[in-house]
Write a protein of this length. Structure first.
Length: 45
């Protein structure tokens, strides 16, 4: 019984960690896109 709880909690924490990494990667991707757009805009002036 406790083994099942341990397995479920480890799976949950792994999924939570994965979601956090995905969120961070997505945000940094958006930020880098905005920065590159801004740089091209500045160079086009």
């Amino acid at each position: 019984y406790s083994l099942i709880i341990a397995i479920i909690s480890s799976i949950y924490s792994t999924l939570h960690l994965f979601k956090g990494i995905c969120d961070i990667a997505f945000r940094s991707l958006l930020v880098s896109e905005k920065i590159s757009d801004y740089i091209t805009f500045m160079l086009d002036q």
